[in-house]
Design a binder for this molecule. Structure first.
Ligand SMILES: CC(C)(COP(=O)(O)OP(=O)(O)OC[C@H]1O[C@@H](n2cnc3c(N)ncnc32)[C@H](O)[C@@H]1OP(=O)(O)O)[C@@H](O)C(=O)NCCC(=O)NCCS
Length: 419
């Protein structure tokens, strides 16, 4: 079958342009088994596509073929935001909305869309989040940041060790919280290795204007801000209460953003104090959440899963590696194999005082990795030794140890941004 590959213009305000974007979004909903998008869902999507200048790619059946129509059989979107790479913030090529109709699987549609998309990307790094870990390694993406899904028992067993909150917590309506939340996010993004700038739709989500689960407004969403001793915001939480059902106790589901430990523990105490509930569930907890060490009884935390979040792909090796931190002074030649070509080559990394100059070289590599492995190493979320012991680096023992001293260190990368 000869598919028609096209991209749609999200800025096209004509009736046909809007209808084409709506049909494309209908195909995305179908691909992820969501309901047909409501008018308000389409409005938020169109707005996001315009504001973030999404590249909306798809494949359609040729006109006249049975089943041909406005809905594409494959979808793929991308746009550019920023990533905190640890030593500097770099442009990030973000990818989402990857679907292929079940009737057109395994015919190379994903491969074609991915290859075309990465070929026109201008950022030095690309990222996506995955529904299955088996799909994107072949395109040079490796799991790079991790999060934990936790459920915390907030009955009388919940107690913090000697924590005296220097500040306080105040409830704020989500619709009124946005300016404060955006400011806090900007500060978090600037200071958190692995953080990804938020897509435009966050505004609609976080203000309760839009609930992705229902397509309507989110009337149950509540917000609270933590203020420091000088009454300046230093963290916030958005949360929802759900009554218990059967064995499941009444639970508060929460998403926190905090700039320091006082704000974090202050908001946790606030969540634990919410009446008529005995659980707080958080799906994007930090891998080194200080809550664990701050509790009298850490058994109250049930870790439901530790999961990969951001999958990273290096497109421009010198720029990308130049923006990450280096933890000792040394020079190594790293070979990268990349079936798509972007990161292929031998790269001399000369690290001095925490930053590296990275240049292409004809010298032999001390160590060689695939683009996929480089993606996992990039943000420091996986140690060199862990990947070496799994056979993912080719080279001598001494070179592995030197690369480990160069690359391993600093805080675990962490992104709060879902996309
Ligand atoms: C995942 C999905 C996009 C694959 O699309 P596709 O057009 O069938 O993929 P392609 O034919 O281009 O295959 C590309 C490669 O990926 C492999 N592949 C595709 N789907 C795979 C899967 N689910 N698991 C493992 N490998 C897979 C193919 O074997 C092929 O390998 P090769 O090129 O090395 O031979 C499609 O199955 C889909 O829409 N799934 C539901 C939505 C979804 O999960 N989206 C991903 C969100 S992150």
């Amino acid at each position: 079958m000869e598919y028609e590959h096209r991209t749609l213009d999200p800025h096209d305000d004509t009736a046909e342009g809007k209808a084409a974007v709506d049909a494309w979004m209908g195909a995305v909903s179908r691909g992820f088994h969501d309901g047909r998008p409501s008018e308000s869902t389409l409005e938020i999507w169109r707005e996001t596509a315009r504001e973030d200048s999404l590249r909306l790619a798809g494949a359609w059946l040729p006109e006249g073929t049975f089943g041909a129509g406005p809905l594409p059989v494959a979808t793929f979107s991308s746009w550019t935001k920023t990533l905190n790479a640890g030593a500097a913030t770099v442009p990030l090529h973000m990818i989402s909305d990857v679907t292929v109709s079940p009737a057109h699987r395994r015919r190379g549609l994903l491969r074609r869309m991915m290859v075309d998309d990465l070929a026109q990307a201008t950022a030095p790094v690309a990222a996506l989040t995955v529904s299955e870990a088996s799909i994107y390694g072949r395109f040079g993406f490796g799991p790079a940041t991790f999060r934990r899904r936790i459920e915390v028992d907030t009955t009388s067993s919940f107690a913090l060790r000697d924590f005296v909150d220097p500040g306080r917590v105040e409830l704020v309506e989500p619709a009124d919280l946005w300016d404060t939340a955006s400011d806090l996010f900007d500060r978090f993004h600037a200071s958190s290795r692995g953080s990804v700038e938020r897509p435009h739709f966050y505004r609609a989500w976080q203000t309760g204007r839009f609930d992705p689960a229902t397509g309507g407004t989110d009337d149950k969403l509540r917000g609270a801000v933590h203020l420091d001793a000088d009454e300046r915001p230093d963290g916030y939480v958005l949360y929802k209460y759900a009554e218990g059902e059967g064995d499941k106790p009444a639970t508060v589901t929460a998403e926190l953003l905090t700039l320091d430990t006082s704000a974090h523990l202050g908001l946790w105490r606030f969540l634990a104090d919410i009446d008529l509930s005995s659980r707080v569930a958080v799906r994007n907890s930090h891998p080194d959440d200080p809550l664990y060490w701050a509790l009298v009884n850490s058994d109250v935390i049930g870790v439901r899963s530790v999961y990969d979040h951001l999958w990273v792909r290096v497109l421009d090796v010198p720029v990308a590696l130049g923006a990450r931190p280096w933890f000792t002074d040394d020079t190594v030649v790293l070979g990268v194999t990349d079936p798509l070509g972007h990161a292929e080559g031998a790269w001399r990394i000369e690290a001095v005082d925490g930053r590296a100059e990275v240049t292409a070289t004809d010298d032999d590599a001390d160590l060689t990795v695939t683009a996929e492995t480089l993606g996992s190493l990039y943000l420091g979320g996986v140690r060199v030794e862990s990947l070496a012991s799994a056979g993912r680096l080719t080279g001598g023992r001494e070179a592995v140890e030197r690369l480990g001293r160069l690359m391993d260190g600093g805080p675990a990368p962490y992104s709060l941004t879902s996309f």
